[in-house]
Write a protein that binds this ligand. Sequence first.
Ligand SMILES: Cc1cc2nc3c(=O)[nH]c(=O)nc-3n(C[C@H](O)[C@H](O)[C@H](O)COP(=O)(O)O)c2cc1C
Length: 173
Amino acid sequence: MWDFFETVRRRHSVRKYRTDMAVETEKLHAVLEMACAAPSAGDLQSYHIAVVTTPALRQALAEAAAGQEFIAEAPVTLVFCSHGERAAAKYGERGRELYALQDATIAATYAQLAVVAAGLGSAWVGQFDATAVARLLKLDAGLRPIALLTVGYPAELPEPTPRRHLTEVVSYR
Ligand SMILES: Cc1cc2nc3c(=O)[nH]c(=O)nc-3n(C[C@H](O)[C@H](O)[C@H](O)COP(=O)(O)O)c2cc1C
C-alpha cells in the first residue's frame, strides 16, 4: 500500500482499460467501503452508489455520456447519486441542493483515491445525460446521478497534467 500522499500524486485519469482483467470482488468492496467512510452532512450519507458491470449497460452509459467509449471498455462504472430528500428531511433546501450533492461528491472522491491505492485506475466522468442514466439504471425517484467513476486495470500510464500554482489558487487572510 502506498502512503496517502503517494496515492494522491499517482492518481491520473485513466481512459484506457485492460479488457482481459476483471476487477476483483474484494478490491471493489474495499473501494466501496472507502467511499462510505466519507464524511457527510449530519452523518446522513445522502447518496447512493450504483455498480454497473454488465456490458450492455456499460455501453448504454457510454452513449448517455456523449459517446465516451472508455466507459464501455472499463469493467466497472460506479454511478454516484445524490439523495436529496434524505438530506432535505433535516436540512431543508440547503440539504437537498447542496449537502446531498457534496455527500455524493466526497464519497466519489474517496472511492477514486481508494481505486489508486488498490492498484487500479479510474476516470471521473461528469459529462452525461442524468435523466438518461437514471432511466437506464432504473434509479429510485429522488436519486440524481452526479458523477460516474470508471474503474479497471489501466492499459495506459497517463502523463501528469500541470496544476495552477498555489499562489494563484490560495489566499491567506
Ligand atoms: C467534475 C468533473 C467532471 C469531469 N468530466 C469528465 C468527462 O466527462 N470525461 C473525461 O474524460 N474526464 C472528465 N473529468 C476528468 C478531468 O478531465 C481530469 O480530472 C482533469 O483533466 C485532470 O486530469 P487528471 O485527472 O489526470 O489529474 C472530469 C473531472 C471532474 C472533477
